[in-house]
Design a protein around this ligand. Structure first.
Ligand SMILES: NC(=O)c1ccc[n+]([C@@H]2O[C@H](COP(=O)([O-])OP(=O)(O)OC[C@H]3O[C@@H](n4cnc5c(N)ncnc54)[C@H](O)[C@@H]3O)[C@@H](O)[C@H]2O)c1
Length: 335
């Protein structure tokens, strides 16, 4: 049995589908602080499997113990965390409490219950922004936000745990910028309130919910002056988790990899690709750069290819097509 925490969230729900399609027995937990219970019906519609789900907080040690008593859990994929970089700056303690509390309680209970296999959601935000691009796994680390520090500190805690208990094997997966949605249009990214991320903002402009897109900075040192990022289809990302899980379960030990496409696209590249895929115009305005933003980063994805035999398959156009299908089939998200 595989446990997914943060299972009803954006990446969790897509990974859950991939695991069920691959024949895994899965139980999902989530406290629904940033997701919707209706995801469960959608997962069932895609996979024809009724998802096993328990609503709970991953920081609740007693609830975790009961869960491990109820199911014989072989491995955990840990997504549950708060993820808004900007909010973490205004509310750092909430982020440290939730994200570090979650990993602490989870690994403590895992140790007690002899479950030593963990896939951890890390992030490209753990790389020092002064690194040259593409980012490679061995490059210096650092962060500019409390959110990023929670990921960096979690990685450190897990490394220390591995040293103290060599039974543990951990996959540290550093994601770049997931966008897109399942091809069915049944599940996708459903942000509460004003989207923090670019793609949901674009799709909400396309559907008429927001008047225009603000693009922060048009004087970056990039090919068209707008910021460059490594966008990766969420289904490719989900499949990376399956590869990582198989790697750990085959007893090869821990692994640290970037999950990105290895290609950088600018905000304007993304807007143009989206306009083509959706046949809609995206009005935009340039706004001043935001503090803390950087011109460009993307992954070196060679290690994931070599060690996990994984590479991203979907291109930018497909990411836009699937994001648009999700938004147009669900103008108000899951509601
Ligand atoms: N989406 C991205 O751009 C991105 C990039 C890099 C890393 N990540 C990491 O990937 C993971 C999943 O991200 P996502 O985009 O699916 O976010 P998401 O917010 O859609 O999913 C996270 C889920 O965790 C749940 N959750 C949060 N705290 C919890 C707690 N204490 N107990 C139980 N459930 C809790 C939320 O309700 C939500 O359903 C996160 O750890 C995030 O930091 C995301």
């Amino acid at each position: 049995m595989i446990l997914i925490t943060g299972a009803t969230g954006y990446i969790g729900s897509h990974t859950w589908v991939e695991l069920l399609n691959a024949g895994y027995d899965v139980v999902g937990i989530d406290n629904l602080c940033n997701s919707n219970i209706k995801v469960l019906d959608r997962i069932e519609a895609i996979t024809s499997v009724k998802p096993k789900f328990i609503e709970m907080n991953v920081c609740n040690s007693n609830a975790l113990k009961s869960l491990f008593n109820l199911y014989s859990i072989d491995a955990v994929i840990h997504f549950a965390a708060l993820k808004a970089v900007g909010k973490s700056v205004n509310n750092p303690l909430e982020y440290y409490k939730n994200n570090l509390g979650g990993i602490l309680e989870l690994t403590q209970v895992m140790s007690e219950k002899n479950c030593f296999t963990l896939v951890f959601s890390s992030s490209a935000t753990v790389y020092d922004a002064n690194n040259p691009i593409p980012y490679q796994e061995g490059m210096p680390l650092g962060s500019t936000s409390p959110y990023g520090w929670t990921k960096l500190m979690s990685e450190q805690m897990l490394r220390d745990l591995e040293i103290s208990n060599p039974n543990f094997s951990v996959a540290y997966l550093r994601y770049f910028n997931p966008i897109g949605a399942h091809e069915s249009g049944f599940i996708g990214e459903d942000p509460l309130g004003i989207p923090n991320n670019l793609m949901p903002y674009i799709t909400q402009v396309a559907i008429g919910k927001r008047p225009h897109l603000s693009i922060y900075g048009n004087d970056w040192l990039t090919h068209d002056g707008t910021g460059v990022r490594d966008y990766i289809h969420v289904v490719d990302l989900a499949r990376g988790h399956l590869k990582a899980l198989n790697y750990l379960m085959s007893g090869k030990g821990s692994i640290l990899v970037n999950l990105g496409t290895g290609k950088g696209f600018s905000v304007l590249d993304l807007v143009k690709a989206f306009e083509k895929a959706s046949n809609r115009k995206i009005p935009y305005q340039f706004a001043p750069r935001r503090i803390g933003d950087i011109a460009a980063f993307y992954s070196d994805s060679a290690r994931a290819q070599k060690d996990l035999n994984w590479r991203a398959e979907y291109d930018l156009y497909r990411m836009c097509e699937d994001s648009w299908r999700w938004q147009s089939m669900n103008p108000n998200g899951y509601e």
